[in-house]
Design a protein around this ligand. Structure first.
Ligand code: CU
Length: 141
């Protein structure tokens, strides 16, 4: 019983304050652009800020948002995304995403690619995104 209690306490301590899950990237080719999507879960009681994402996959990695103007869609760089306390923020097609500009390599369906998300509070979080050409940002599970 004591072991169980210690185990539960340990799990509670180890539960990450911030998680980047459901990572996926749209397949593409060297020298082209593509986008990365994920769900950022802030489990802590304080807001956190994503201010940068880095990877060796492309010449430039930027945080983007999608906007609509006069009936046509565009996208532009944003400097940060705030994830409120106890909330999730979804990077998804047609919305915010991580833009990989001028790829250094092909992004092939089914393979995994590493990126590092940088948060003000949670620090650096390494993820691997699976190349997938699904239309929606929602996970399959
Ligand atoms: Cu973009």
């Amino acid at each position: 019983m004591l072991n169980l209690i210690i185990g539960i306490l340990l799990l509670a301590t180890l539960a990450p304050k911030l998680e980047v899950t459901n990572n996926w990237v749209r397949p593409s080719s060297k020298d082209m652009n593509t986008a990365v999507y994920a769900v950022i879960k802030n489990n802590s009681d304080k807001a956190d800020t994503l201010y940068s994402v880095s990877s060796n996959l492309a010449k430039v990695t930027e945080i983007h948002e999608t906007y609509e103007k006069d009936g046509s869609m565009g996208m532009r760089k944003v400097d940060f995304i705030v994830i409120p306390a106890k909330k999730s923020f979804e990077l998804k097609p047609g919305s915010h995403h991580i833009m990989l500009i001028k790829l250094n390599q092909d992004i092939q369906k089914g393979k995994k690619y590493e990126l590092t998300y940088k948060f003000k509070r949670a620090g650096e979080i390494k993820v691997s995104a699976v190349a997938n050409d699904k239309a929606s940002g929602h996970g399959t599970h």
